[in-house]
Design a protein around this ligand. Structure first.
Ligand code: ZN
Length: 367
């Protein structure tokens, strides 16, 4: 699963100043790239199977019917049972290796009525997983005939122009907000802040957006210096909870927090100045009792990070990524990979684990 990747800022020519860097992030027309599961992008594993060449092609359909009944191959249902004059008999591992059983002996034992149906046998390597993309289907079809149902959304997600330009610019702008947040907090301690202080230091900032109203719902900045688990994503999740009558941490000295909880009001003023068109604040939270009383649906009130987009300057660690799964985030965007701890591409792809009961999509390549 893991793959070694150079940090993006080493691959790409980076601007020398923070302002130029932010322009590069926000104005580039380069589309973002989804991080998808390895089975969509890595070479598929192959498995060895026995194939028989039928003597009489007119018996092909009868042979297939018998084989499907007597030797079903559940794990290879994506492969058609026959291709031209050849029939898929069984995976090589079905034969008894202890007795060095031959395929002829296996057939005589399992389907004696077919023991004389084949001209010859051969071993082939065929893809052990079904094709998910058209490109994979084309590749597979060169060796054997496969069942395939194209998924247009998946095709677009794996392509290089997923977001329309207008939407792309919004994502880039919110990433700009995340970097400005880091700049704001780091500048408080270091007025001579340089771009390298943001890029090379192990810090993170998070911006949570409700795309249904195009509004920034929560912002956070890394607080690990004071509290070991106050990573920026964990704080962002907590700050979202504060907009829903929850939240566990008090991280702002400002007692009144409209429009955003858990951060300095001065940061909101700073961001409003930098991004005059940006909206701040969450939809009104409605308790379950009020929803029921007024016969409203659950979607009339925000619930955790359901439907929300999360923008982070750096790839989140495994704890933060799992926190975002539990919080039901819809999409996670990050700019810089985190080679030592990142859980969305660097060390693993947590969002691609099939057993998780919630998934979010992940996008990167802002540089
Ligand atoms: Zn973390």
């Amino acid at each position: 699963m893991s793959e070694t990747r150079e940090p993006p800022y080493k691959k790409v020519k980076i601007a020398e100043t923070i302002d130029k860097f932010l322009q590069q992030i926000m104005l580039s027309k380069k589309n973002l790239q989804a991080i998808v599961s390895d089975e969509l992008i890595k070479p598929v594993p192959f498995t060895k199977v026995y194939v028989g060449n039928v003597k009489n092609v007119k018996e092909l359909s009868k042979i297939i019917t018998i084989l499907n009944e007597k030797i079903p191959i559940k794990e290879l249902q994506h492969l058609k049972r026959a291709w031209k004059k050849e029939v898929l008999l069984c995976p090589v591992r079905y034969l008894n290796s202890m007795t060095q059983e031959s395929i002829q002996e296996y057939l005589e034992h399992k389907v004696s009525e077919l023991k004389d149906s084949f001209e010859y046998f051969k071993v082939m390597s065929l893809p052990s997983l079904p094709p998910r993309l058209k490109k994979q289907h084309i590749d597979y079809s060169k060796v054997w005939s496969c069942n395939f149902h194209p998924n247009e959304y998946l095709e677009r997600l794996c392509g290089s122009d997923f977001f329309p330009v207008a939407e792309l610019m919004k994502h880039r702008c919110y990433m700009g907000v995340a970097f400005e947040t880091a700049r704001y907090y780091l500048s408080e301690k270091n007025p001579d802040l340089q771009l390298s202080d943001i890029l090379l230091r192990d810090i993170n900032a998070t911006v949570v957006v409700d795309p249904s109203i195009c509004s920034i719902v929560a912002i956070s900045f890394d607080n690990r210096e004071c509290h070991p688990i106050q990573h920026s994503a964990m704080l962002a999740i907590d700050n979202v909870a504060k907009t829903q009558k929850g939240g566990a941490w008090n991280t702002s000295t400002d007692r009144e927090y409209p429009p955003l909880p858990g951060i300095d009001n001065n940061l909101v003023l700073y961001l409003k100045n930098k991004f005059p068109n940006a909206k701040f604040g969450a939809r009104n939270y409605v308790t379950k009792e009020v929803l029921d009383e007024n016969r409203m649906s659950a979607s009339d009130s925000p619930y955790l990070c359901t439907g929300y987009y999360v923008y982070m300057i750096r790839e989140p660690c495994i704890m933060c990524s799992m926190g975002l799964v539990h919080a039901r985030a819809n999409r996670v965007f990050f700019c810089l990979s985190n080679n030592n701890q990142g859980a969305l591409i660097s060390k693993t792809k947590l969002h691609c684990v099939p057993s998780l009961n919630h998934r979010f999509e992940v996008f990167t390549e802002f540089l």
